[in-house]
Design a protein around this ligand. Sequence first.
Ligand SMILES: [Mg+2]
Length: 245
Amino acid sequence: MFEIERDPIVHLTNERLRRLGIKAVLFDLDDTLIYTSDMYIKHMDEYSNDLARQLNIDSEIVFELLDKFNGEEYLKNGANPDNWTTVIRKVGEELSCLDLAASLRFHIDAVYTDEPAVIPGARQVLSGLKNGNILLGEVTWGKMGWTVRKNCQTGLENFMDVIVPANIYKPKNGEDWLKGMNLLGVTPEECLICGDSFRGDILPALSLGARAIFITGEDNRNETRQEITTMESVAGFWDAVLKLK
Ligand SMILES: [Mg+2]
């Protein structure tokens, strides 16, 4: 902590934010501060491998069914762990193995009990900002219980002045971000938003009049526009802030 406070790049970044009039930085959680997609894929893979081995079929077949049915349920009900009951039943029906498919559910349930991995650099960024007296918020999409657990397990809650779980029955939007700003007592102009979803994080930020840094990762590079500040991961935060206009 002591070293972070004295790190010149952290000091410079906080100064830069202050000069831009930014009092608060709001983050998305999933795939911004913690690895979430990877966690889903890992446990869906384990489920697929186990079921495929017992049915003596290719695990890709199972994975594709899981993915397809999960996508269908998500469109109907939003992000809801209960969706897996239907998803697994449909996989069981499709492969004529209802009981076996249901008995392997524990692989999927592990998504909701495993400790998520914090993305390298996230804790340093949050702690550097906190030491610069910048307000910190998180606006994340998911059920309250799961959001609380992910924050507790990773210790990220200790950095946050406010955590807002977005309405899961709609895509994350400006209303959710505005709720975070209101709770922190800041205007959009006084905020910087960082997230990996162009539609859910970056477009709402810009339409509200906040600044934004888009986390492009490996997959999202094509989505961005030239005028938008980007970073590949949260570890690039300090450099990205220096590019903000
Ligand atoms: Mg995300």
